[in-house]
Design a protein around this ligand. Structure first.
Ligand SMILES: Cc1cc2nc3c(=O)[nH]c(=O)nc-3n(C[C@H](O)[C@H](O)[C@H](O)COP(=O)(O)OP(=O)(O)OC[C@H]3O[C@@H](n4cnc5c(N)ncnc54)[C@H](O)[C@@H]3O)c2cc1C
Length: 100
């Protein structure tokens, strides 16, 4: 085990090794992805809670408000396309979207 993973510390009796598996630094990946997105002209709006998504087939309208309890006012913006990465919450919006 130590030959495969020299940074292991402690006493071990045995372990599994799966050749096809790997570990990445998710913080480095997501920070790098955000930097690349902004470098290419994107704007990231942190701390926003999407309240409503509507599509007419040509454009997508998002209504969002700040995620803090004290944020009450919502803003609405229209886009030609959006990428939704809301994990399991995406099921909430599937019915009123035209998905390409
Ligand atoms: C306990 C556990 C351990 C795991 N371990 C591993 C592992 O070791 N390796 C691995 O590869 N995978 C692991 N996974 C799986 C991995 O975490 C998921 O596959 C991955 O996070 C999915 O990414 P995602 O971006 O699709 O969704 P998520 O990470 O779920 O991101 C969705 C985001 O959308 C946001 N969101 C939802 N609704 C709204 C809304 N209305 N407005 C604004 N934002 C919203 C959420 O707050 C969230 O930040 C693990 C999962 C769990 C639960």
């Amino acid at each position: 085990m130590r030959a495969i993973e020299p940074t292991l510390k402690g006493d071990f009796v045995g372990g599994y090794f799966t050749e096809s598996d790997a570990t990445g630094d998710i913080h480095q990946f997501t920070v790098g992805l955000a930097a690349a997105f902004e470098r290419l002209g994107g704007t990231i709006c942190y701390g926003q809670q999407i309240e409503r998504i509507q599509s007419n087939g040509a454009t997508v309208t998002l209504t969002a408000k700040g995620s803090a309890d004290t944020d009450t006012s919502a803003t609405t913006s229209t886009y030609s396309d959006v990428v939704i990465c809301a994990g399991v919450a995406v099921a909430r919006w599937q019915s009123n979207l035209v998905i390409a």
